[in-house]
Design a protein around this ligand. Structure first.
Ligand code: 6PG
Length: 265
């Protein structure tokens, strides 16, 4: 089921909610959009810049993209992978977002190694590492008049508390207006993280949220509600100025979305 409203700057609707049968179906349907955006970006700009999401849910998308059915549709030589966030761990650590993407996707597709721009979670000085990653983004995007990079696509998950990337409710990093990359300490996790900041997410041409599971139904009702909750949920603050927000939900995560949210056409 595909529900959308209006038209965005990219010619897409500003918001689409795609309710999928299950996580595997979510991976397949999101793959179709990923391929469309990749082919469009490469034909228009000669490259496709995408920031990958962490956590578990994107695994079905990454495995789907690596499958023969989809992989051959993607111009891997012109694809550049970045990360929306990363844990403060080495790339071979079980918690590493890079490791998850490498096992599910990167090691199975012909993407040049120099096109894989990993966040260095292994570094002891995360603040310095965040500044170095930001510098690498500045070199890649070379923003002329724009102060912010325009990723062609940013993939995001949503936590049960409404966090996205490593932007957690109440975090001071939500008020960042200068830095592109931050290394906040996340009290809830008792751990430091790397994350792209909110203005970077909001300057993406498109954002895809990937959300699955019954435990996400309550937060998705809040995130998509026409009546905003009292506290600012980070996932609600992601409103790309130029492009569209696509929500790929499985039926369980979409289970509490009010009918009017679904009739957003
Ligand atoms: C991370 C992610 C985080 C994740 C959500 C949802 O590094 O953990 O960036 O924002 O997307 O916590 O995670 P799941 O998809 O595993 O539910």
């Amino acid at each position: 089921m595909n529900l959308s409203n209006g038209m965005g700057a990219t010619g897409d609707p500003p918001e689409e909610i795609i309710v999928c049968h299950d996580p595997e179906d979510l991976g397949r349907q999101a793959s179709v959009s990923f391929i469309r955006f990749a082919q469009e970006a490469v034909s228009l700009r000669g490259r496709f810049s995408v920031a990958l999401a962490g956590g578990a849910t994107p695994g079905t998308l990454y495995r789907s993209l690596a499958s023969a059915a989809f992989s051959e549709e993607i111009p891997w030589k012109s694809v550049h992978l970045f990360w929306g966030d990363e844990r403060a761990v080495p790339p071979d650590h079980p918690d590493s977002n890079y490791r998850m993407a490498d096992e599910a996707l990167i090691s199975h597709v012909p993407i040049p190694s120099e096109n894989v721009h990993r966040m260095p979670g292994e570094r002891s000085d995360l603040q310095a590492a965040a500044m170095e990653y930001e510098e690498a983004l500045r070199i890649f995007f070379k923003p002329s008049e724009e102060r912010w990079p325009s990723f062609d696509l940013i993939l995001l998950g949503i936590g049960s508390d409404g966090h996205t990337a490593s932007l957690f409710p109440g975090s001071p990093v939500l008020r960042e207006t200068v830095r592109w990359v931050a290394a906040p300490y996340v009290e809830k996790l008792k751990a430091a993280r790397f994350t792209l900041t909110l203005p970077v997410l909001n300057h993406a041409r498109r954002v895809i949220f990937l959300v699955a599971g019954k435990e996400k139904a309550p937060i998705m009702r809040e995130v998509l509600s026409a009546n905003p909750p009292l506290t600012d949920l980070p996932a609600r603050l992601v409103q790309p100025r130029k492009g569209g927000r696509l929500f790929f939900l499985d039926q369980e995560a979409a289970g509490l979305i009010e009918q009017e949210e679904k009739d957003c056409g």
